[in-house]
Each structure stands twice: as C-alpha cells, then as structure tokens.
Design a protein around this ligand. Structure first.
Ligand code: AMP
Length: 249
C-alpha cells in the first residue's frame, strides 16, 4: 500500500494574525510558518500504518512557493520516505491544488491519499472533496479513526450528529481530523536524516495546470474590536441593565 500525503505550509496556529494596512491580505513577512495542523495528523496516521506493516511507502507532497519545501522536509523527518514539491508562486486555490494532486496521483498511483480536513489559513475544506471528484475515488472526510482492511478502510467520521462509521474501497481519499491521533515530534537525528531524503521539484506549469485564482478577494478586514465590559455592583443593577440597556430580558 502506497500513501500520498498532502501537506500545506500555513501561518503557525499560535501566531496572532495581522491584517495588512492596505487590506490586501494578512502579514506573512517574518511570521512563523508551520505545517497545517490536521496535515500533521495525516502524516502521523500514514507513518503508524507503515509501522504496522500495512504500507510500503509514504510520499509527502506540497504545493506552494520555494519555502514550502520546509513542510515536506518536516514530513520526511517524522517518517515520510520521499517528497514532492510543486512550485507555485502566490495564492493557489483548492481547485488548482486538487488538479495538481490529480496529476501527481496519476503518476504515483497511490492506494490512499491522506490530507487534512481543512487548511487553517483559508478554511476552505474543499481540496479533498474536489480531488475525490476529479479522480472519481471514494472519500472519507473528517476521519477520527482509520482501520486498514484488505482492500478497504473502515473510517469513523466526526459529523455534527456524533460519529459515523463508513467503509471505503481503496484507492480512496481520507481527510483527517485533529482527534485522529497525536502527531509525534521530529527528533534532531531524524531532522538530519530527512535532509538526505529525496524531494522532487516540479513546476506547476510543467504539469499543464493553470493556477490563476478564480476568486477575486475584495478586502480583508480585522474583526470588529469587542467593547470593554463593565462591572455591576449587585444583581439588581445587572437585571436592570439586561432589561433596559441590553434589552435581552
Ligand atoms: P482546504 O481545502 O484549503 O481547507 O485544504 C484541505 C487540505 O488539502 C489541507 O489540509 C491539505 O492536506 C490539502 N492542501 C490544501 N492546499 C494545499 C497545498 N497548497 N499543498 C498541499 N496540500 C494542500
């Protein structure tokens, strides 16, 4: 079983996001970047499956600018065998990413493609679903437990109503939820070893994919600032304010 894992480079989830003064986007210069958190779960799950002797190779793939290669290296440091970096400058929308991943899947012929459930920068939650449609493969989204069977997977999905168990035949797309596992840290020796693992660089234009954005971003704004709260002296004052100022009771 060969597993392809899609990993995206995003602003680290601990960073306080700042909007650019001209409203054209968010500040990324000198900002800490990391792997999209659910993509870490996707890599971890692939590595666990390989450690259990049920996968033979893990290929990490990223689409993005030059520095996105760091994200592939991190995946290699926690257990992926080799990497693919598809170079694209500027914003790449989910449709373009899924078309690129379709080309990679046609070439690599993986049995499984693991991805994150959602990228924390664009919050699109689209790429896995679009890729499944393009490849005409079954999809198991929001996976919080995966059991590898002979030619299928049993997947528990996190849905609004609770947990849903489904079975999908391979080849399949799985998008991973944060509750799927606890991603491991890369040890220093493994980070060093990862430097020697192969990473293939491909230009998106060589794949014949038009990555021009289809969405026009009009403006990015900070959410309105919350007004400061007030302290009330007693319950009577609280009730009075809720009744006459907030008008909620
Ligand atoms: P999204 O549809 O943007 O919310 O992204 C869902 C998932 O698709 C992410 O968690 C990644 O696994 C994958 N993905 C999206 N964009 C990229 C990218 N530029 N490179 C690699 N994987 C990506």
């Amino acid at each position: 079983m060969k597993i392809l894992v899609a990993v995206k480079r995003v602003i680290d989830y601990n960073v306080q996001i700042r909007v650019k003064e001209d409203g054209t986007g968010v500040v990324t210069d000198n900002v800490k970047m990391s792997t999209n958190p659910p993509d870490d779960n996707a890599i971890e799950e692939a590595v666990k499956i390989k450690e259990a002797g049920k996968a033979t190779e893990i290929v990490a793939v990223t689409v993005g600018e030059e520095k996105a290669q760091e994200t592939v290296r991190k995946a290699l440091a926690v257990g992926a065998d080799r990497g693919i970096h598809v170079k694209v400058d500027g914003i790449v929308e989910p449709l373009a990413v899924s078309k690129i991943l379709q080309k990679i899947a046609d070439k690599e012929k993986p049995d499984l493609i693991f991805m994150g459930k959602q990228a924390i920068d664009d919050d699109c939650n689209q790429t896995g679903q679009m890729l499944a449609a393009l490849l005409n493969w079954p999809q198991a989204t929001f996976a919080s437990k995966i059991e590898v069977k002979d030619k299928s997977l049993e997947v528990i999905r996190e849905v609004d109503e609770g947990l849903e168990t489904i079975e999908v035949n391979v080849p399949a797309i799985v998008t991973c939820d944060l509750r799927l596992n606890e991603p491991r840290y890369a040890s220093l020796p493994n980070i060093m070893k990862a430097k020697k693992k192969p990473v293939e660089q491909i230009n998106s234009s060589d794949l014949g994919i038009d990555t021009k954005p289809r969405i026009e971003q009009i403006k990015v704004e900070e959410p309105p600032k919350r007004k400061a709260g007030i302290k009330v002296a007693n319950v009577a004052e609280l009730v009075e304010k809720l009744k006459n100022e907030a008008k909620v009771i």
